[in-house]
Design a protein around this ligand. Structure first.
Ligand SMILES: NC(=O)C1=CN([C@@H]2O[C@H](COP(=O)(O)OP(=O)(O)OC[C@H]3O[C@@H](n4cnc5c(N)ncnc54)[C@H](O)[C@@H]3O)[C@@H](O)[C@H]2O)C=CC1
Ligand SMILES: O=C([O-])CC(=O)C(=O)O
Length: 364
């Protein structure tokens, strides 16, 4: 056997294979297009929710691990130095998905071309206050920022109002930014939804990810109605109704509801500050599901514009069960509503009507 010829042949074959692999690698990397960055505005970015939320956005928790982001942070002049501190920390975080940071006290610059706006800016309530007690200060902020978003944000910008009173601030934003599609203006009740899931999971000693389809109806306030009538738990024997599994209607109709309604106040009492890490996490859940879709067979709670579903006054921003697909939410229709639920859904709707007239009285 001619070993030299064999060796020569082996060298030719292996270098052709290497060449082939390099060509494939080159084609693969040139077709692997990076997504365009999404511009995300966070108002009140120097505050406590902002501090928890901004690194989550930069890490891809909100929009996914392949979605680059540019974060616009707005706060007021008095918080400018703190805001600059957050900006420095974002740079120090060396987040691979972060393609840019704007830290400003200029609302027009902050809103410029943003695709998603997360509105945290405002004053939070303190111990002993209801959320509507901060209304006089916060609704006027939302009227002014509605105009800025309308003028400067991207035409299809999705807006999530978190600052309290969240539903009424969102309603004011919707009414003073008529050119933003009203379906794009929402408020955060996902924190209440997650709290309800958490309470059920604790009671049953089940994993929270096995519990689904609770509903938070209405206002993000102590009149909200956390409803478990359609909720289920995934068990080894399939999906079982939460009501059947808990088998304690008294607890479900009293303590469970008040615990979820009063959870924000309980956290303020314990921390001396309102919830921040759970609020930031719920913001990510809300936007994630709205943009990327809800899993098949699962709904979530979002504060959205009512078009009359379940007899709720059209135009109110009311929390409903929704599913999301292709960046759009739709209210889950046809759920059976018993008398107990009806009364609670109406009570929270009535509070929203009262808040609406109070808000307009403050705006003059
Ligand atoms: N919907 C929900 O589930 C929840 C809502 N909240 C609400 O979220 C809001 C933010 O909460 P935190 O971060 O804890 O409050 P925070 O007081 O720590 O931060 C608020 C930030 O907003 C800034 N701000 C005030 N006016 C502004 C304006 N005109 N433009 C831009 N920024 C402005 C403040 O300077 C501050 O940095 C509060 O209204 C709070 O009640 C809090 C938890 C849950
Ligand atoms: O209770 C508050 O004022 C803050 C808040 O909205 C919550 O934790 O749900």
């Amino acid at each position: 056997m001619d070993y030299t010829k064999l060796l020569e042949k082996a060298i030719v074959v292996s270098s052709s294979v290497a060449l082939f692999c390099n060509v494939i690698k080159h084609i693969w990397s040139s077709t692997k297009m990076e997504k365009e960055p999404v511009k995300v505005l966070v108002t009140g970015a120097a505050g406590q929710i902002g501090y928890a939320l901004i690194p989550m956005i930069a890490r891809g928790v909100m929009l996914g691990p392949d979605q680059p982001v540019i974060i616009h942070m707005l706060d007021i002049e008095q918080a400018a130095e703190a805001l600059h501190g957050v900006e420095m920390e974002l740079i120090d975080g060396a987040f691979p998905l972060l393609r840019g940071v704007v830290a400003t006290t200029d609302v027009a610059e902050a809103c410029s071309d943003v695709n998603i706006a997360i509105m945290l800016g405002g004053i939070p309530r303190r111990e002993g206050m209801e959320r509507k007690n901060v209304m006089s200060r916060n609704v006027s902020i939302y009227k002014a920022q509605a105009l800025a978003l309308e003028q400067h944000a991207a035409a299809d910008c999705k807006v999530l109002v978190v600052a309290n009173p969240a539903n009424t601030n969102a309603l004011i934003l919707k009414e003073f930014a008529p050119s933003i599609p009203e379906k794009n203006i929402t408020c955060l009740t996902r924190l209440d939804h997650n709290r309800a899931l958490g309470q059920i999971a604790e009671k049953l000693q089940e994993h929270v990810s096995d519990v689904k389809n609770v509903i938070v109806w209405g206002n993000h306030s102590s009149t909200q109605y956390p409803d478990v009538n359609h909720a289920t738990v995934t068990t080894n024997s399939g999906e079982i109704s939460v009501r059947d599994l808990i088998a304690n209607d008294k607890w479900l109709n009293t303590e469970f509801i008040t615990t979820v309604q009063q959870r924000g106040a309980a956290i303020i009492k314990a921390r001396k500050h309102s919830s921040a890490l759970s609020a930031a996490s719920a913001v990510c859940d809300h936007i994630h599901d709205w943009v990327l879709g809800t899993p098949e067979g699962t709904w979530v709670s979002m504060g959205v514009c009512s078009y009359g579903s379940y007899g709720i006054t059209p135009g109110l921003i009311y929390s409903f069960p929704v599913t999301c697909q292709n960046g759009k939410w739709s209210i889950v229709q046809g759920l059976k509503i018993d008398e107990f639920s009806r009364a609670k859904m109406d009570a929270t709707a009535n509070e929203l009507l009262e808040e609406k007239s109070l808000a307009y009285s403050f705006l003059g």
